[in-house]
Design a protein. Structure first.
Length: 160
């Protein structure tokens, strides 16, 4: 079942973040490149974004966070508990973008050397962009300021 998240879900969201980030470390990413979102950060996300959880038997197995902007919406985050990955949960969260009827375009930024995410986005119809679109320049700069290696990051967009 998909539903909107609330503060009571924070504990599960924190756990998923820690577990799901391990996929990056196993693939050789450094702590600087991939840090799990903290409780404070997740709380902020709940306030600023629309967070959708995938729940089975009252247990949250994954979540996605979306922000709606004027002309487009942006996938801020998606994470699935590794014990339940590759079962279609990530796809279901993306296909059920809460803004799909309001926005003609969905954007995201990801690591192109993270095939579990990049592959999922390509499969679902996101296109890699050769240039940073105007609407993502601010987020791109914030990531660069945080010290991420932007040569490995890529902007993607899907048009409905
Ligand atoms: C990205 C993520 C959310 C995908 O969740 P998921 O529930 O496993 O996704 P799905 O089961 O819907 O997978 C669909 C497709 O994604 C791709 N995929 C998923 N896991 C993969 C992996 N480990 N390696 C390569 N491709 C993978 C495949 O194309 C897969 O299709 P297939 O099952 O027909 O092969 C999950 O891997 C995750 O939480 N990763 C850690 C956090 C993260 O990287 N978030 C993205 C930040 S940009």
């Amino acid at each position: 079942m998909l539903r909107e998240a609330n503060e009571k879900d924070l504990k599960f969201l924190c756990q998923i973040e820690i577990l799901a980030t391990d996929i990056y470390y196993s693939a050789g990413f450094s702590k600087e490149e991939a840090l799990p979102r903290t409780k404070e950060n997740l709380l902020e996300l709940l306030g600023e974004a629309t967070v959708i959880v995938y729940e089975e038997n009252n247990i949250i197995l994954g979540y996605a966070a979306w922000k709606k902007h004027e002309e487009h919406c942006h996938l801020e985050e998606i994470s699935v508990d590794p014990r339940y990955q590759k079962r279609g949960i990530g796809s279901s969260l993306i296909k059920n973008n809460p803004f799909r009827n309001e926005c003609k375009k969905t954007t995201l930024i990801c690591y192109k050397n993270a095939p579990w995410a990049y592959g999922l986005y390509l499969k679902l119809g996101f296109m890699p962009l050769q240039q940073i679109p105007q609407e993502l320049i601010r987020i791109w700069q914030e990531e660069a300021d945080r010290g991420l290696d932007m040569s490995k990051r890529i902007c993607m967009a899907m048009y409905y």
